[in-house]
Ligand binder design. Structure first.
Ligand code: SF4
Ligand code: SF4
Length: 409
């Protein structure tokens, strides 16, 4: 059977068609939200507050009006993110585009600058993996790469989960939508690292400098110490898998895997399956905001010109169908010739379709972004969807139901 995907166009001619006040809440209502949610149920909205320099992440009012809608049906909303990987800036002293989000304290400062506060949301704001990213639950799965997933621990506190995702490009995943918000956004800090680097986590102690104690000071769990002979000792029982020790060590003591783009995607999808299995398929609602569609993710400082026009809001109970529908609408759209895709002058306009095959990607071989001036084909977007369907997260087969606001009024 085809999965239902509801579609609300971004075209907005009047306040009755508002994307934030009307279409967002209605996209939830169409999913049977009011039948499934009881009075006083705790509902957490997982979204992305954006890296400090990013300006294409979702505007706070989209989420605020979801919170108001949740309250209007008698439930209690919260707004959540999860800690980014890496060490906090107060330890490293360095700001990078990925830092500033390593802990709850840091990330809430970024959130404040982007307009996400308890006051603007009218709801609690929290990190799903706790103040330092080490709050997790282990979910066993039969994945393509993983048998265990580090699910963000504070999900345990909620009755329902709304994935309010910004649909856009992503240099590793091909695109970011509902599947990525599950597999990266709803796992603990360690789950993010493991998606990107695999499960290998070893200490090559012969490389450890006797006089150094950087990782010991940085470890939030007190899992590291040195003995009287200056040998590093790790207590694995105490470890919270934040990988901060790896981030601060410059001596190559802590070793993880090197993986391909495809392996990253399989690991991300395994994580997503772990989150769904842990939380419960019937308790998750998915909304994709297909607007401001850049080739970069909200987790980067880059906010390039969108390469296609705004599409709208889509919602579904099936994350794979939802992401597939967004991809299909994007590929049937016009390309902005002044965007990065317009710069591939070796190909004709027709040859540049489907657009997501030509957005830049991260090249694991060089460790650099491949800005793809040559017009190389990267079908990571398709690989992600195929893997997610194979992992039982949902179906790529869907029926698109366009909701006309004016006709309903
Ligand atoms: S940061 Fe690296 S070199 Fe320093 S104590 Fe830790 S493992 Fe050893
Ligand atoms: S040992 Fe490393 S990974 Fe484990 S809690 Fe400490 S800093 Fe985090």
């Amino acid at each position: 059977m085809k999965s239902k995907v509801y579609f609300f166009t971004a075209r907005t001619l009047s306040k009755e068609e508002s994307m934030s006040m009307v279409k967002g809440p209605l996209s939830l209502e169409k999913l049977g939200f009011e039948e499934k949610v009881r009075q006083k149920d705790k509902v957490v909205i997982k979204t992305h507050f954006g890296a400090l320099e990013n300006v294409r992440h979702l505007r706070p009012s989209y989420i605020r009006f979801l919170c108001d809608y949740i309250k209007s049906v008698g439930a209690i909303p919260s707004v959540a993110e999860s800690c980014g990987w890496g060490a906090p800036e107060e330890i490293t002293g360095i700001h990078t585009e990925y830092s500033g989000r390593a802990t709850e304290k840091e990330y809430l400062e970024v959130a404040l600058k982007h307009g996400y506060t308890k006051e603007t949301m009218g709801a609690e704001i929290l990190m799903l993996d706790g103040p330092d990213g080490t709050d997790f639950e282990i979910q066993k799965i039969e994945g393509k790469r993983f048998q265990e997933v580090l699910v963000a621990g504070r999900l345990r506190e909620f009755d329902h989960l709304i994935l309010a995702s910004h649909f856009k490009g992503h240099v590793g995943a091909g695109f970011g939508g509902a599947i990525k918000n599950l597999g990266i956004g709803c796992v603990a800090k360690g789950g993010k690292v493991q998606a990107h680097l695999g499960k290998k986590f070893e200490y090559v102690l012969k490389n450890c400098a006797p006089e150094c104690d950087k990782c010991i000071k940085a470890c939030p769990r007190g899992a590291l110490r040195k003995d009287n002979d200056n040998n590093l000792i790790k207590n694995w029982e105490l470890c919270g898998y934040c990988y901060v020790c790896r981030s601060v060590c410059k001596n190559g003591v802590i070793v993880t895997d090197t993986i391909t783009n495809e392996e990253f995607l399989l690991q991300m999808v395994d994580n997503a399956r772990g989150v769904v299995d842990y939380f419960g398929r019937d308790r998750i609602f998915y909304i994709n905001y297909a607007i401001d569609i850049t080739w970069q993710c909200d987790c980067t400082g880059g906010s390039d010109t969108p390469f296609i026009p705004d599409i709208g809001i889509l919602s579904s109970l099936d994350p794979v169908a939802l992401d597939q529908a967004c991809i299909d609408l994007a590929h049937s759209s016009y390309m902005n010739p002044y965007s990065i895709l317009g710069g591939i002058d070796k190909l004709s306009l027709e040859e540049k379709k489907p657009w997501f095959s030509f957005t830049p990607r991260f090249d694991p071989n060089t460790g650099e972004y491949d800005l793809n001036k040559e017009g190389k084909v990267f079908r990571n977007w398709e690989f992600q969807l195929q893997a997610a369907e194979e992992m039982g997260l949902g179906s790529r087969n869907y029926s698109l139901i366009e909701v006309q606001i004016n006709k309903q009024k």
